[in-house]
Design a protein around this ligand. Structure first.
Ligand SMILES: [Zn+2]
Length: 478
């Protein structure tokens, strides 16, 4: 369970609104038990490195998670699909078993998440560790007539579930009921009876024993079984990318609700697509990027995260190299401001003009995130404050309490959006270090030891060691 600093205040709890794909409307969100948000997000299928489009979804879910955690306790579950058609195919091709084939991609996924400051869910569920729960769910569906056997595999009977298509708004007349599909992914966008348990076709395929014959679970089944095991029959929130709505999430609803007779999810929340330079990403177009590809080109993880955060999750995001450069410029503005703020010579007390600008910025920031995670408006509130404070700093009118309050708020921003450059990056050039040392020496001459100690600590925080000698102050980087 995770809960961050509840800086949203008590009123904020009432105000969060999220767009629920199920109704197509923005609705006020409160966890069912008023305390703990039970959230499930579809994790990666670990057959390869994830791409930047996948990462956009994980970053959006991270922003949601962080914002929810500022109001309530959160229990977040994410699966790892470590068995599916692609993994089996590639593991056979490479002569490995599925575990040794997929484990490095699973590890790479968590490395990518860490680089992009995506928080880890409380519970991570590899599909291959939940086979008994999946077998149990299939048994329930077989007993109630929602599942049937065809050959040695088990399929879901869509015609038995009248609500099918409700999430994706598919017209039921389009359903090709009884036309079965065996693959984890559909070839075309056609709803058809889908596989719950696949009998092995190749002797090298991994398999598990089950009362209805040996085989392995279908992809859709995995999420239903694991979500309900860890979060109960009705979840507060289930997230994914828009490409998961059909068929994956539609099938999850069909399986879960048929088994329990209860609503599976209260809020379905989906992140929009990411385009690269205005086009759909495709390996053949040369616009397909993993995080590793972008880091190799010299971009920083924080710049990439900033770009992903800067567009609200419900809008398509056009990922461009110009956008990355703009992200770098925005981060530089934040860095310069924090550097100026922390090193400025200020008087004790509080300038009421700055105090009220700060409280307005905080309110706007919270209101923006409460408004269906409007991250671009939240960032705008931060930059308005930076602009106002820069003017006050130039006039020498920012005061010590303002500085402390602003720095405190930037910690909150970082808890929510995780886009504030680390303090050790603030001092970059030698001139900046020299300027700080000059300020410290001036403070010492004036016997203002509080200031001189503060500057020494600031330099230390940024990896700069100083030493006072007879010849003056020397410094070096740690
Ligand atoms: Zn899923």
């Amino acid at each position: 369970m995770y809960r961050s600093d509840p800086d949203g205040g008590p009123d904020a709890k009432k105000m969060l609104r999220l767009t629920n794909t199920l109704t197509g409307e923005q609705e006020p969100f409160v966890p069912q038990d008023k305390q703990t948000v039970r959230m499930y997000t579809c994790g990666p299928t670990v057959y390869d490195f994830v791409h930047i489009g996948n990462l956009r979804t994980y970053v959006f879910e991270d922003i949601l998670r962080r914002h929810l955690a500022s109001k309530w306790t959160i229990k977040h579950v994410m699966n790892i699909t470590d068995i599916d058609d692609k993994i089996i195919k590639r593991s056979i091709e490479t002569g490995k078993d599925i575990k040794s084939y997929s484990a490095p991609y699973s590890a790479a996924f968590f490395e990518d998440c860490e680089k992009l400051k995506i928080q880890k869910p409380e519970i991570i569920t590899p599909a291959t560790e939940h086979i008994p729960e999946m077998i149990d769910l299939i048994n329930r569906l077989l007993e109630s007539g929602y599942a049937y056997r065809e050959g040695d595999s088990i399929y879901y009977r869509i015609s038995r579930f009248p609500n099918y298509g409700r999430l994706s708004k598919l017209d039921r007349r389009e359903l090709k009921i009884g036309a079965r599909i065996d693959a984890d992914e559909y070839e075309k966008e056609e709803p058809r009876d889908f596989v719950l348990w696949k009998a092995p076709k190749d002797p090298r395929e991994p398999r598990w024993e089950a009362p209805f014959g040996e085989g392995r679970p279908g992809w859709h089944l995995e999420c239903s079984a694991m979500a309900m095991k860890h979060l109960g029959e009705t979840l507060d929130i289930h997230c994914g990318g828009v490409d998961n709505i059909f068929p994956h999430h539609e099938n999850e609803i069909a399986q879960s609700e048929a088994a329990t007779g209860r609503p599976f999810v209260r809020f379905w929340i989906h992140g929009e697509h990411l385009l690269v330079e205005g086009e759909k990403m495709a390996k053949s177009k040369g616009n397909f990027f993993t995080l590793r590809d972008l880091l190799e080109k010299g971009y920083e993880p924080l710049e990439i995260r900033y770009l992903l955060v800067s567009v609200r999750y419900r809008k398509q995001l056009n990922f461009t190299f110009d956008g990355l450069r703009e992200a770098r410029a925005a981060l530089d503005r934040i860095k310069e401001f924090l550097f100026r703020l922390t090193t400025a010579k200020v008087k004790a007390g509080s300038n009421p003009k700055v105090a009220s600008a700060l409280s307005r910025a905080r309110e706007e920031f919270e209101a923006a995130l409460d408004d269906d995670l409007n991250t671009s408006a939240a960032l705008a509130a931060v930059f308005v404050l930076i602009g106002e404070c820069n003017i006050v700093l130039s006039a020498g009118e920012l005061q010590e309490d303002n500085r402390a309050e602003i720095l405190k708020w930037f910690k909150v921003i970082d808890q929510r959006l995780a886009i504030i450059p680390p303090m050790e990056q603030l001092v970059q050039s030698d001139q900046e270090v020299e300027a700080l040392i000059a300020r410290r020496n001036e403070a010492r001459r004036n016997r203002d030891f509080a200031t001189s100690d503060r500057i020494r600590q600031e330099l230390l925080d940024r990896g700069v060691l100083i030493e006072d000698t007879r010849e003056g102050t020397r410094w070096r980087r740690k």
